[in-house]
Design a protein around this ligand. Sequence first.
Ligand SMILES: *[C@@H]1O[C@H](CO)[C@@H](O)[C@H](O)[C@H]1NC(C)=O
Ligand SMILES: *[C@@H]1O[C@H](CO)[C@@H](O)[C@H](O)[C@H]1NC(C)=O
Ligand SMILES: *[C@@H]1O[C@H](CO)[C@@H](O)[C@H](O)[C@H]1NC(C)=O
Length: 394
Amino acid sequence: MSYYVGNETGQTPGVIPNKWYEGSVLFLCALYYWHFTGDATYNEEVRVGLEWQSGDSDFLSSNWSQYMGNDDQSFWGVAAMTAAELNLTEYGQYSWLSLAQGVFNTQTQDPSNSGWDDTSCGGGVRWQQYNYMKGYTMKNAISNGLLFQISARLYRYTNDPDYATWAAKIWDWSNEYLINNQTWEIADSVNTTQDCAAQAKWEAAIYGLANKTLNEFFPTKYGDIEYEPTCDPFPTQCYDANNLVFKGHTSSWLGFTALLVPQIYKDIMNRLQTTAKAAAAACTGPGQDGNQCGSAWYQSKYDGRTGMEEQISAADLFSVNMIPFIHSRPQKHLAPLTSTTGGSSTSNPNAGMNDNTHKKQFAPVTTGDRVGAGILTATFVVGLIGGVSWLFTE
Ligand SMILES: *[C@@H]1O[C@H](CO)[C@@H](O)[C@H](O)[C@H]1NC(C)=O
Ligand SMILES: *[C@@H]1O[C@H](CO)[C@@H](O)[C@H](O)[C@H]1NC(C)=O
Ligand SMILES: *[C@@H]1O[C@H](CO)[C@@H](O)[C@H](O)[C@H]1NC(C)=O
């Protein structure tokens, strides 16, 4: 408290110069101190400072509006909530509880305040309150976490279910966009200009799916060589064209995934390289040059199967194995383009919607269709990795 001069002549109560929100932090510290020691020495300064900064019962003083963050405002709300919960004597115009409610109300339902915002990312509290501020386009952990805390504590104090509804709503949003509920790591923030694409949700998905794919289809027992369990071990039974090209899809999508998600580049490329060596040893079948590729690469020799699908799978694999060797284009530039990174293809959001000639009658579903649907589902799992990694921006 010896750093605190807000109670001196010519100073402003509650103000720490250039660090407005820290006034609330100092007062919280003094409240905890009083609560656990019984020493009320600083309570008067806390009361005066909280009261002075309270604005119209919302801690939105125009003095600080030019850089007001929802987190700044909420810290003051938490201080007021704490004062209520610890029964700090009241004497001012506003009760401690009503000050916390003022913060809650302005951030959840005041249209002139950009707190909770449904216009991007399906909700969430913005970091800063005005659109000329850098933090306006961000939704961050501290702003959402503090409003969650205020809502939950208001519910606990008042038993009013509206506060519980809001606490759950903020939690659910945060859980989707900021919290990785596998590792319990929490992202600092997500950016509304990308509709919050770089999210914990997708991070968990990309690592989980990539892990599963690498563990399942590049088994250690076959030296990390790519392996199709429903086909490769059964050369006389497996002539399904789909199964024979799946290793191609898997290799190429993993290759692009490696380019988009540098964190797992090594895990992927190491296995694709090991696989390429084995596949090359399997490309010793018949054909013009004696180089037709078999299918069961894990055997590191030609297995007797020949066909377009086997060639596609091997070619897909060898193509992505060029990635580490293309020195003329940095890996960053090998990643798929977008409309803002050099892609020049024009967009028509209504494409295909203006004629009826494509409409056709649907034949009844057959057993063959159902088998096909099962295979498509298997493909979908691999495709999901490719799709998820597209969302995972650099
Ligand atoms: C301001 O508060 C501090 C800490 O409680 C105290 O030591 C100091 O005497 C106060 N100053 C005035 C002018 O009240
Ligand atoms: C706002 O600034 C004026 C002028 O410095 C000051 O008198 C007043 O106490 C300040 N109010 C708050 C809430 O900081
Ligand atoms: C991926 O698998 C490795 C073991 O192969 C494990 O250590 C790691 O925690 C897994 N990561 C995820 C996100 O599942």
